[in-house]
Design a protein around this ligand. Sequence first.
Ligand code: P6P
Length: 339
Amino acid sequence: MAQKNQTLGEFIIENQGEFKYSSGELSRLINSIRLAAKVVNHEVNKAGLVDILGAAGDTNVQGESQQKLDVYANEAFIKTLTNREIVCGIASEEEDDFITIKGRNQNHDNKYVVLIDPLDGSSNIDVNVSVGTIFSVYRRITPSGTPVTLEDFLQPGRNQVAAGYIIYGTSTMIVYTTGHGVNGFTLNPAIGTYYHSHPNMTFPEDGSIYSVNEGNYVHFPQGVKNYIKYCQEEKEDRPYTSRYIGSLVSDFHRNMIKGGIYIYPSTAKNPKGKLRLLYECNPMAFIAEQAGGKASNGFKRILDIEPAELHERVPFICGSINMVNKAEEFMQHAEQLKK
Ligand code: P6P
């Protein structure tokens, strides 16, 4: 039974039995993410006060200028995960290639690989808008005792053993799943403890919020344009409102609590969509489904997409199941008309 004053540490211990195969490593992995989140939160919350803003002068594999906090967050999560003897490999939005971790006895015998977007929405940092960290965890599939390979990272999202996000907002929260529902924990910064503030989070089946960057409207596929017009019609069953923060974790978190849909379709600038499959869409899709929501590319379940590249992008539609179903109807109908 969830108690609101239960700490994240107590929750992990109480639910240790749910992690099949794991003899404690997955619990230790979640604990290491908890620590890294506190370290990053400390820096994010004082970003406006010290000279840590502004681009680091470098660009990441995505061609995006790296904010210094991107670099800081990336290093914090990699360091914490490496030091905890749990993972055998890490992939990050901020790293061109995956990182191999040998482990204490140098023989590559740790069980898990982690994929992270260390600081998603970081372009919002300079304007003091919420940002987030997104993580995805798999068991390795290549033999223990050998260096991880790309195959360990290019697994379909349905193979995830855990996924979650940290939202650095008006309060800092960790929201995660290990395949047994979704739970949210809020940090009390005064004592550095996370409390079980949001037990068993669920997406309302319906909602009245649609989140999309309408500045790209002219470049959207026709089906997406038709769905947006459907949302804007003045009907008693559709008092919809548009809310778009430009930070996936924030838009997703609000929509999961209130009901809503997030759409990042293909555009002229990003013909395959902007969001990355492995460390943005898959973890958010796992959380969405565990919370009773839905996530697709408009035609296929996100968690069933077979990845081909580490940083590949996909169109992403995610949120309340009835809203996603309706958006898919419009997208699939428009495709049929093109044939
Ligand atoms: P646009 C942030 O860069 C991000 O990856 C998501 O967090 C966010 O939802 C989206 O891109 C915003 O992209 O093109 O609307 O600014």
